[in-house]
Design a protein around this ligand. Structure first.
Ligand SMILES: Cc1cc2nc3c(=O)[nH]c(=O)nc-3n(C[C@H](O)[C@H](O)[C@H](O)COP(=O)(O)OP(=O)(O)OC[C@H]3O[C@@H](n4cnc5c(N)ncnc54)[C@H](O)[C@@H]3O)c2cc1C
Length: 515
């Protein structure tokens, strides 16, 4: 039987007794271990749930154990619990504690590290996916298992929005708990900045509300502390924002202009209005060559965007090979960002997650870093070389570097106001490479070597890394993800999960024994 491991911490422990001030659980909680789980006890657990339990013997198991990233093939949880209520979650936690079984929460299953899998019990929240909007209060209640495309659709239909991310099948829980960067980030902040309150089942099986007045430390930790650390969230209440007019744009350039494009983008975005969000991509597309491009969303009209784009184009000084800009409805903009333009909402889901879904899974690896200021010529040259290096050594792999703009509303939040510490950055850099089932193992290995080389030689180890691009190869991850907020996160972990029930390779530790 897999056993939970106590993990160490880099910081001195500050233990508190758990004080859950708002609880509504009627589920009995126990920390007494009652021995290994038997077939009968699993069956009792299944029968006790309002949702359902999928054991390895169930024909659905082969599909239900999958995560989004198809590189994770070796996933063998003992069971997957599709919890329909917070009480279901509490029962699962009680069961895992009683039988000393490892657990992991799962929302959309998009963890880059595969950390929503467990050898024991996967607590899946996708049945808790209802979304409702209070238009008078400008708030939305969102079940922790809702997928982003459904969040955009329901909230968008009320002429309001929640700042989110790009991928339509990402779960709201993983996105919001770790940050949530998207096209409205500079105007309205991160997804996590819009959390007002959340319901969470803690390690002692209590159903707790965390908001500004009750368990506010748990709310603070849940705003950027990352999924899987403090409990299983079952629902969120978010602030929603007025729908602006929006204009999308894309500019593509020849590779010969890539370095000028990157330099100009850094200077341009540094001084841009909040209404502009943009990313800059330097992509190697295998046999299709390179694709350097700048894209984004402007909260305003096409003519206003044209005047915002003019200084960028003048700095680049080369005519784009492709140029597009046009006004869009919110939903159509989000579908374009999500890569499912022209599909129905039902089709904009994974085939494995929704019977009407048309989207497939992907295999990829990634690494992130941050840029603090516009890049100088030497930095730009190094980054361009890095993409050329990928192209030369892993030619049939798609990948490269993508710079997502921060600033604006993201950076106006103090770095200690929430657990999300990266508040002084110009942009997050994400390096990715992806492959298909036809890609040779040697090319996949070359892509992995490229990421390792990048981490050691190109990325600044002191600039941090984005916890939602969680990176199992990162050794300094506690500081990279959490920086100066790490000691407080460890303290809150010690208070709410002193026995490290919620543990995975990069979970925030509750104890001070050294990682
Ligand atoms: C294709 C793709 C596109 C992406 N685009 C963006 C983007 O535009 N912007 C951005 O910011 N990020 C983006 N991400 C990263 C994404 O935010 C993270 O991968 C996020 O963790 C995924 O959330 P999830 O719920 O789908 O994943 P899961 O794998 O289900 O969960 C992620 C982590 O949270 C934990 N968790 C899950 N549910 C709960 C819960 N209910 N309570 C507590 N913990 C829980 C899991 O145990 C795991 O540790 C993208 C990822 C992918 C794969």
């Amino acid at each position: 039987m897999p056993e939970r491991q106590s993990r160490g911490a880099v910081y001195l422990e500050d233990r508190h007794s758990p004080t859950t001030t708002t609880t509504s659980s009627t589920t009995p909680t126990t920390t007494t271990t009652s021995g290994p789980a038997t077939a009968a006890s699993w069956s009792q657990l299944g029968a006790s749930l309002a949702g359902s339990l999928v054991l390895a013997s169930n024909p659905r198991y082969a599909i239900d154990r999958q995560l989004y990233n198809s590189k994770f093939v070796n996933l063998h949880p003992r069971a997957i619990a599709y919890c329909a209520t917070s009480d279901d979650v509490a029962r699962c936690i009680d069961f895992a504690t009683s039988h000393d079984i490892a657990i992991a929460g799962r929302s959309g299953g998009h963890s880059y590290g595969g950390y929503s899998n467990s050898d024991g019990l996967v607590i899946d929240v996708s049945r808790m996916a209802s979304i409702s909007v209070d238009t008078a209060a400008n708030t939305a209640r969102v079940g922790a298992g809702a997928r982003l495309i459904d969040v955009y659709n329901v909230i968008g239909n009320t002429n309001r929005l929640l700042p989110g991310g790009s991928c339509p099948s990402v779960g709201i829980a993983g996105l919001a708990l770790g940050g949530g960067i998207g096209v409205f980030g500079r105007k309205f902040g991160l997804t996590t900045d819009s959390i007002r309150s959340l319901n969470i089942v803690t390690a002692d099986g209590q159903i707790v509300t965390a908001d500004a007045s009750a368990n506010s430390d748990l709310l603070w930790a849940s705003q950027g502390g990352g999924g899987g650390n403090f409990g299983i969230v079952t629902s969120f209440e978010f602030n929603v924002h007025p729908m602006p007019e929006m204009t999308l744009f894309t500019l593509q350039y020849p590779w010969a202009a890539a370095s000028t494009m990157l330099s100009a983008w850094g200077l341009w975005i540094n001084g841009a209005p909040d209404e502009l969000w943009s990313n800059c991509q330097l992509l190697s597309q295998g046999t299709y060559g390179y694709l350097p491009q700048i894209a984004g969303v402007y909260c305003g009209s096409p003519s206003e965007l044209a005047s915002v784009l003019a200084p960028l184009q003048s700095m680049i000084g080369t005519a784009p090979t492709y140029s597009f800009s046009g006004s869009n409805s919110y939903l159509s903009a989000m579908e374009i960002e999500a890569g499912c333009s022209g599909l129905s909402i039902a089709a904009c889901h994974l085939t494995t997650q929704n019977p009407a879904g048309r989207l497939g899974r992907e295999a990829y690896s990634a690494k992130s870093s941050y840029v603090n200021a516009p890049m100088n010529d030497a930095s730009v040259a190094t980054l361009i070389d890095a993409v050329e290096n990928l192209h030369a050594h892993a030619p049939t792999v798609g990948g490269g570097l993508a710079f997502d703009s921060y600033g604006g509303a993201i950076n106006r939040v103090a770095s200690d106001a929430t657990a999300f510490v990266h508040r002084d950055k110009l942009a997050c850099i994400q390096a990715t490479y992806s492959w298909s089932s036809y890609t040779s193992p040697s090319v996949i290995a070359a892509g992995a070597q490229w990421l390792t080389w990048l981490g050691a030689n190109v990325f600044d180890p002191t600039s941090g890394a984005y916890q939602n691009y969680i990176d199992p190869t990162l050794t300094n991850w506690p500081n990279a993800y959490y920086g100066s907020n790490l000691p407080r996160l460890v303290s809150i972990k010690s208070k709410y999960d002193p026995e490290n029930l919620f543990t995975f390779a990069q979970s925030i530790p509750a104890h001070a024994r050294g990682v």
